[in-house]
Ligand binder design. Structure first.
Ligand code: DAH
Length: 334
């Protein structure tokens, strides 16, 4: 039951469907043929204007064509839409084989590295870490260490006072006092920490720097214990070619007192024989009296040195200010 006018529309529609690439093209074809203004819809609507004997022929041919085209478009649309969904899924699929994006990773500051190493060597000898405040009382920083107000030893450390009785601690030694006041002997501590001096910054000075203090109190402790410990620790940190020399010195909280000179191949390379690296001595009996330890029973040694000094030697850094500038080009090298 064909009719040439209907056949023409069907042929055209089939041809268009055959080459359509996407669901939107198919949808456009549907509208063009079967939509309100579509060619087939228009033909059906104009049946009344045809001669009476043609109407049933054209009418039934057009209805048949309408069913056929609806079926054809539905099938193609379903297939195309599914293909499009699959393509979209493929496009979005997570590729687990791609390398991940790594966040940029930082590294430890050279002072932190040296600090951690020193702490771990002392931990191996049974020392624990003690801490104290950076804003310190004049009493702990000076008086209790046998440095009264008018004592010339105060001139050894240019001090930043906050008031008459408080200051920024000039060394880690006040933590010796705090620790002994707080616990009974024996004592085996190291005290890493930040200290302050009224210095102008240059290649070897900075108003803020870091020290490590050591304090060992027990019965029958000798200078030999002190020297052996210091030598062992410096060899652990700086290598087995390290040599140590004790030079008599004065500190008010130790008696006898020494400065520790240090040398190894790095020092020789700098063209020097010895480098002054720490202060130390046997804890002064008066300090024991002050904290309530019996100086007839208890003996001990103490030392203090700068972490920056060690780190500069260790890494061949020639300007102390580099540690504090937070320049990534410097920090990246550690
Ligand atoms: N506190 C001293 C300084 O900052 C270093 C020092 C010397 C610490 C002798 C000590 C010591 O514990 O016994 O220069």
């Amino acid at each position: 039951m064909a009719h040439p006018r209907v056949d023409a529309i069907v042929e055209q529609a089939r041809a268009a469907v055959a080459v359509a690439q996407s669901s939107s093209e198919l949808e456009a074809i549907r509208v063009g043929v079967l939509g309100r203004q579509g060619s087939l819809t228009q033909l059906l609507r104009s049946l009344g204007t045809l001669p009476a004997e043609e109407r049933p022929l054209v009418g039934s041919a057009a209805n048949e064509a309408k069913r056929e085209l609806e079926g054809l478009l539905d099938a193609r649309l379903a297939a195309t839409a599914e293909a499009e969904r699959q393509a979209e899924r493929r496009r979005r699929r997570l590729d687990l084989t791609l390398p991940g994006r790594r966040p940029p990773k930082g590294s430890l500051h050279p002072l932190t590295r040296v600090h951690d190493e020193i702490v771990s060597v002392f931990a191996g000898l049974g020392f624990s870490v003690a801490e104290g405040p950076e804003i310190e009382s004049d009493y702990h920083n000076f008086e209790a260490l046998n440095i009264p107000r008018d004592h010339p030893a105060r001139d050894m450390q240019d001090t930043l006072y906050l008031s008459d009785s408080t200051l920024l601690r000039t060394h880690t030694s006040p933590v010796q006092i705090r620790t002994m006041l707080a616990q009974k002997p024996p004592v085996r501590i190291i005290v890493p920490g930040r200290v302050y001096r009224r210095d102008n910054a240059d290649a070897t000075h900075n108003p803020t720097f870091h020290q490590i203090e050591g304090l060992y109190v027990d019965q029958k402790v000798t200078v030999g214990d002190l020297k052996g410990t210091v030598e062992f620790v410096f060899r652990e940190i700086m290598g087995s070619d390290v040599q140590i020399r004790f030079r008599p010195h004065y500190f008010s909280y130790t008696e006898p007192s020494y400065e520790i000179d240090f040398t190894n191949s790095l020092v020789k390379k700098m063209g020097k024989d010895w480098l002054e690296i720490a202060g130390c001595g046997m804890v002064h009996p008066q300090v024991f009296e002050t904290v309530g330890y019996d100086p007839e029973v208890w003996t001990g040694w103490a030392f203090g040195f700068g972490i920056e000094r060690i780190a500069m030697l260790r890494y061949g850094i020639n300007d102390i200010r580099l540690f504090y500038e937070n320049d990534v080009r410097f920090l990246k090298q550690f």
